[in-house]
Write a protein that binds this ligand. Structure first.
Ligand code: CA
Length: 232
């Protein structure tokens, strides 16, 4: 079971530390960056489940960062919370206009922030359907868990994302380069053979439940989900 990953973009060190501490205490995996440029950089290699953005950032503003996240096909669906000292209605409207899902005014209570994070993650999970299943295997996108006939299957984050993607498109064969784009982000540092390594790990984890043939090799292409394997 993996926890949700939350990215925090805040330039003030004390607030950044407070956020890191209070969100981390709620059981989420937190990464913090001090500016929009570092956030965009990090988003190239990983996709968090939610991003908290401070409005007033050096160089590029939080609003501009929110817009860029919304305009990128790889990040457009990530829930966004804007954090700011501005409480004017016109400013709130401006941030909703940039695609922000929720808005919190400083000073904020960590409990309120955590409640909003939870609500937003739940909403995001509901929107995409929280349960993906095939045969006896169930993946819960809200709990980030995978079960086979009620038994938890322990997967590392990359294997989990790989399985989630395949389950979302059960009939589609993915090329290795597509899997790299969709699971790893667009990191150019990752070799296509990395996909094979992780597919192998995923199959190993599923082997215990005799479900390793769920991930089928498509010769000359890459991989696809093979839901029919049980009856084959
Ligand atoms: Ca700031």
């Amino acid at each position: 079971m993996t926890s949700h990953h939350i990215l925090v973009v805040e330039d003030e060190r004390e607030i950044r530390e407070l956020l890191h501490y209070s969100i981390g205490r709620s059981g989420y995996t937190v990464s913090v960056v001090p500016d929009a440029e570092s956030a965009l950089d990090q988003l190239k290699s990983e996709t968090p489940d939610l991003v908290i953005i401070d409005w007033m950032l050096p160089h590029m503003s939080g609003i501009e960062l929110a817009r860029r996240i919304r305009h990128d096909q790889y990040t457009k669906d990530i829930p966004l919370i804007m954090l700011t000292a501005r409480g004017e209605e016109v400013d709130k409207l401006k941030s909703f206009d940039a695609g922000v899902d929720d808005y919190i005014t400083k000073p904020f209570s960590p409990r309120e922030l955590n409640a909003r994070i939870k609500a937003l993650l739940r909403r995001a999970g509901d929107a995409e359907g929280s349960q993906l299943s095939v045969d006896g295997l169930k993946l819960d996108t809200v709990a980030h868990s995978v079960c086979v006939n009620g038994d938890y299957v322990h997967l590392r984050p990359t294997e989990y994302r790989l399985l989630e993607l395949l389950l979302r498109h059960p009939k589609r064969a993915f090329q290795r380069s597509q899997l790299l784009d969709l699971v790893w982000g667009r990191s150019v540092y990752v070799d296509e053979r990395t996909v094979d390594v992780h597919v192998l790990r995923l199959r190993k984890a599923l082997q215990k439940y005799e479900m390793d043939s769920l991930v089928q090799t498509v010769r000359g292409v890459g991989y696809r989900l093979n839901p029919a394997f049980a009856s084959a």
